[in-house]
Design a protein around this ligand. Structure first.
Ligand code: DGY
Length: 330
């Protein structure tokens, strides 16, 4: 009998083809998040789970799936997966780093330019038939070139965002838990500063940190008030890094000039009042959404399950590779 693998949602067809020759695939071909109860029922007897960032992988799920050997998430973010608990139970966890870096960095620039140059407001004006002809004072935005870009979280995506800033002749500041090697700083013309300095000096603050206990509400009322009144906040990382209620106050009260968000604190919901604010660009979590990148993410996520369960190979994108080592030693 082939091992069972559960796939919780629609994924690109070519990734499914990596699974079907080897496994009995329980494919939920839907575009809506799987209800929790259904997920707990389907993972019973499953050896592999291909999930998304909308599914919480925790002790409850692992209890319901005693035969599970691998959780492969179709995301680079892992905040929905209790990795220590998976490790304790001998379940390998893989994610999709690398393949979405450049695509997400491109998207951050789309957010920066949209909010600074009021692209979405202009589009709305055209469609509403409100454009009455060129006006020297209409929809004035802010220049991006020659400004200061602050990147909070200087991992793969943060660095790819910094690389693109060279084309805009920007000064680049970054903060992170550790300073990047000198060669990276020189290459990207980026200066390491503490978070407070970054917030006080940047014209564009971009979030690229992981979400964990240390970054939850990192941008709270106190820190939002540190930003320049002319600054913009860009979030392509995870919603709960910003206290969204405080952000609504900041945008209404003019503590900052604007924000562009791809992610939300209680996704897919938004904080009350956010949708009514013209100085917010609001996007439904699209940073990695290109045909090429979603294809690569799917192949990596499905291929990791096939590698581990069908070919006995430890995938290089595992975050707890010690599980694979002890499984092969057993
Ligand atoms: C991820 O992979 O974590 C992203 O949020 C999806 O674009």
């Amino acid at each position: 009998m082939k091992p069972r693998v559960v796939v919780t949602r629609n994924i690109p067809a070519e990734s499914l083809e990596l699974l079907t020759p080897h496994f009995d695939v329980d494919y939920r071909e839907r575009s809506t998040p799987i209800p929790r109860r259904e997920l707990l029922r389907r993972v019973k007897n499953a050896r592999g789970l291909l999930c998304l960032l909308t599914e919480r992988v925790n002790g409850e799920l692992l209890d319901a799936a005693p035969e599970l050997r691998i959780v492969s998430t179709f995301s680079v973010g892992l905040d929905h997966v209790d990795v220590p608990e998976c490790t304790r139970r001998g379940v390998l966890v893989t994610h999709t780093p690398g393949v979405l870096t450049e695509t997400c960095a491109d998207f951050t620039w789309a957010l920066i330019l949209s909010v600074a140059r009021r692209i979405v407001e202009g589009d709305r004006m055209m469609r509403a038939g409100k454009y009455k002809g060129w006006d020297p004072l209409m929809l004035l935005g802010a220049d991006v070139h020659n400004k200061t870009l602050g990147i909070l979280g200087f991992g793969r995506i943060g660095q790819a965002v910094a690389r693109r800033a060279g084309g805009f002749d920007m000064r680049v500041l970054y903060s992170d838990v550790r300073q990047a090697p000198g060669a990276v700083e020189r290459d990207l013309h980026a200066t390491f500063v503490d978070t407070e300095t970054l917030l006080k000096e940047s014209d564009f603050v971009c979030l690229h940190t992981v979400l964990d206990q240390t970054t939850y509400h990192l941008l709270d009322e106190r820190r939002l008030r540190m930003m320049k009144k002319t600054a913009y906040l860009i979030n392509g990382a995870r919603g709960p890094i910003i206290d969204e209620g405080a952000l609504v106050k900041a945008l209404k009260g003019g503590w900052i000039r604007g924000a562009a968000l791809d992610v939300y604190e209680n996704e897919p919901k938004m904080a009350a009042g956010l949708a009514a604010l013209p100085n917010a660009v609001l996007i439904p979590h699209l940073a990695s959404a290109t045909l090429e990148t979603r294809g690569s993410m799917g192949r990596l996520a499905a291929g990791s399950i096939a590698d581990y369960l069908a070919f006995g190979r430890a995938p290089s994108n595992a975050v707890n590779p010690q599980v694979a080592r002890s499984a092969s030693a057993a």
